[in-house]
Design a protein around this ligand. Sequence first.
Ligand SMILES: Cc1cc2nc3c(=O)[nH]c(=O)nc-3n(C[C@H](O)[C@H](O)[C@H](O)COP(=O)(O)OP(=O)(O)OC[C@H]3O[C@@H](n4cnc5c(N)ncnc54)[C@H](O)[C@@H]3O)c2cc1C
Length: 446
Amino acid sequence: MIDNKKKYDNLDISCKQLDTVCLPESSLPRIIVIGGGFAGLALVEKLKNKEVQVVLFDKNNFHQFQPLLYQVATSALEPDSIVFPFRKQFNGYKNVVFRLAEVEEIQPSSNIVKTNKGSAYYDYLVLATGTTTNFFGMDTVEENGLGMKNIRDSLNIRHMMLQNLEQAAITCDGEERDALTNFVIVGGGPAGVEMAGALAEFCKYILPKDYPEYPSSIMKIYLIEAGEELLSTMSNKASSKTLRYLEDLNVKVLLNESVTNYDGNKVSTKSGKTFLAKNLIWTAGVKGQFPEGIDEKHIVRGNRIKTDPYLKVEGHENIFAIGDIAAVLTENTPKGHPQVAQTAIQQGKYLGDTLVKIMNNKPLKPFTYNDKGSLATVGKRRAVADLGKLKFGGYFAWLLWSVVHLMSISGFRNRLMVGFNWAVSYFTYEKSNRLIIRNFKQNNNK
Ligand SMILES: Cc1cc2nc3c(=O)[nH]c(=O)nc-3n(C[C@H](O)[C@H](O)[C@H](O)COP(=O)(O)OP(=O)(O)OC[C@H]3O[C@@H](n4cnc5c(N)ncnc54)[C@H](O)[C@@H]3O)c2cc1C
């Protein structure tokens, strides 16, 4: 356990004087967790009612279920189905405190985090800040396209899409109408594939009902992937099945192709192709995001923080990183673990146990990742699954995908709402309300 007495003596001030964010008094060791995504939330759950004070800082007052962001973007679900307020989650957790604040800086020499609302002292610090969209330095794409990393991004995509479809019904200019109804999705990973599938179903089932004035063939969907296959982290079987499913839904898939420029109206690619499109959704990459104060030598590829096998940030005795942000580089995992929800959840749980062991001077075991397999869906009734040696696709994979996702959503009410929406949509192909409730302007709304 960290010798608080010694530390405070050195600093010559008390712990409470170091806090300018108001926090409950406690003699228990304090663990500050930055970020309540899958990793941070799993950690907090593990530490509930333990002999520690847990302080969670998040810049949002809710946890978001990122795997279903694309369903909010395409009006299949309402936003409150996939976000869950931290304060509700922590009802009855006596040792857990939530503070809505963005952590801007870490000061490891004095064990302090500085937030946009004040600072707070920690005995142990856990970074679980996840990732943000990586546009790889392409300014025009970042300025004019939309990423899909959080609930605001999803709502921006939804409003962009609905407004552009309305504008397409108004305009008499054929070229402009094409641009307004064409969609380009960049990135053939699970997010891009699932988005393309959902958009294609919107085009097939909703467009003819809502916009009888034009044929569904008016909406063209392009999926651009720089690699030679879709879902490159899954099996070849999953990749080829996914390609077939998307082509059946009339998605135009371009492999070995990359976007080089986007002015908000025209997409240009490396091989010299151009498409008219006022809708560009970027799912082609992420990069780690975290506050100032981590030494550059601990930052590795993808802007992730290098940790030892116990998830401790190298060079620090009491700072840890978990989830997408953590790069656990070992001989067996030279590139770190996959940036998926399962890794984040397993690391959060592991670290909860490990911190208790550290405080009780118990021996530690290194983190090991248990890969439970991968699933991705392409519209309704079709999905692909790689579960160890078992690789399959189709209806059963889709059922499995639905159950796994439904059970993973936080909160009984949210699960009920998502389940209900999916059941209605299964039988009627109807989606949730397609309301334009704010004026979305590219750039201004980001
Ligand atoms: C569109 C999409 C689809 C996906 N689909 C799947 C899927 O099907 N299956 C799968 O396994 N994975 C999927 N993923 C990946 C998965 O969502 C991530 O691996 C997972 O969310 C990582 O969890 P995390 O806790 O590390 O980070 P996050 O879930 O990103 O959480 C980070 C948290 O930190 C907070 N935060 C960040 N910076 C600060 C700061 N400075 N101060 C305070 N708070 C801060 C954020 O508000 C957020 O709450 C998907 C991701 C996306 C974007």
